[in-house]
Design a protein around this ligand. Sequence first.
Ligand SMILES: Nc1ncnc2c1ncn2[C@@H]1O[C@H](COP(=O)(O)OP(=O)(O)OP(=O)(O)O)[C@@H](O)[C@H]1O
Length: 302
Amino acid sequence: MVFLIYNPAAGGGRAGKIWDRVEDLLKKHGIDHKVAFTKRPGHAMEISKKAFKEGYRRIAAFGGDGTVNEVVNGIFLNGYDLREVVFGWIPFGSGKDWARTIGVPLEIEEAIKTLKDGKEFVQDLGVGEYEKASGEIEKRAFVNVAGLFFDGFVTYRTNLLKRKNRVSYFSRIFSSIIEYDPPTARIQIDEKVWEKRVFSMNVGTCKYNGGGMNQLPHAVPDDGLLAVTVINDIGKLRILANLHRVFNGKLLEHPGVEGYQAKKVVVEFQRDEPVEFDGESFWAKKIFFSIIPGVIRVLVKK
Ligand SMILES: Nc1ncnc2c1ncn2[C@@H]1O[C@H](COP(=O)(O)OP(=O)(O)OP(=O)(O)O)[C@@H](O)[C@H]1O
């Protein structure tokens, strides 16, 4: 039995309108399921926790990267053993970025088929423990990519939009590049430490975010290491002139961009700044990133 957590708000609310079709496809492919619909942000976390407590060990998400993030965190943050769960995912929404690295089909029916006859892929989990300017400390995991500096800023601004799509995302990118004033931060990557102005930074287990942007071309989801990309403050014109590099996989070839693979990353700002984990935004002043190897079991295309 698959426990399906369905976000009707994904894809700007389009998900809610296609449930009947999804249910028909689940029946057509003989997938025995129980469904729960999310009612608000954060609800998928509560539902996955409850599903685990009730004994479900095949838990699937319908929605974007944000929904998957909540489903996994509902298990992880409540201290349950992630390795007991096999996750499934029917990607739907503006991003679907985790799917691009691990090989979950982007098409609904193909993704539904993986719930029955997909193969299991086991990958690492990224974890960020973060401190706010108020001193509060929280923790959240990410299955795909975390973004800081410009990436955190533009995702925060895009998440404020009611209807998200690629056009709104890219128009936000251009206007945000003009407006963004990169802060100085203290950055530690394993034993290396700098204090500098950075334009954008990503930390992740997989490669893509922002709807198909290859920000971490060197990421390997199951190597036990966090991939890190640091885009230095090289000036807005150079940033604009090199935007194509996030689509052609050549981001790290620019001399102003650094790529690392690390076990520990710490970023400390001078005040709370917007950051994003799998497209979900929050504010933090200091973040400690770490990685838990081989704990996410997910069904992908055979
Ligand atoms: N019933 C609901 N009403 C409003 N928001 C919801 C509801 N259920 C979940 N959410 C929120 O919807 C947000 C968006 O979900 P998700 O990221 O899965 O889709 P998306 O934004 O369309 O796709 P992507 O993240 O791939 O760009 C999440 O932040 C989640 O907390």
